[in-house]
Design a protein around this ligand. Sequence first.
Ligand code: SME
Length: 165
Amino acid sequence: MENINIVEGDKKSRYESLLPQIFALIEYENDTIANLSNITAALKEGLGFFWVGFYIVKPDDSPKGKSLVLGPFQGPVACTRIPFGRGVCGTCWQRGETVIVPDVELFPGHIACSSLSRSEIVVPVFSDNEVVALLDIDSLETGTFDETDRKYLEILTSKISIHGL
Ligand code: SME
């Protein structure tokens, strides 16, 4: 296995270099945990984010009958379970769309897994038009994420299949 090739340059160039490498990593592998794990490692190593991880929608005994449960991630330990509609992640699940938070202190109900996180983007993963998982990325600085991140991360999540968990 080759290392991720990290290019210098602006954000767009870095995503355009990194995404094909990620697609090559997951293309011929069918195992969800293996692919999600490598995606988090590649994003953390390739783009230098503070925390990168997946939350997966799983059945439980909450009022909604399912919650977000922590999946493969890279970075400090994080909250294990997030209810529907709670925090940035639960809001992304409820809205069924990407949520960009330039300053987590200004997002009502933000769940601070790490007090060091300053901005965040959460991108849904869909199957049959339902949210089945989320890609959550945290930054140590405010204002890290913008429409470029949304564009490339949505292309990435559109290629992810969640099954067999
Ligand atoms: N901040 C998220 C919780 C997950 S951590 O950032 C890893 C939220 O408000 O949902």
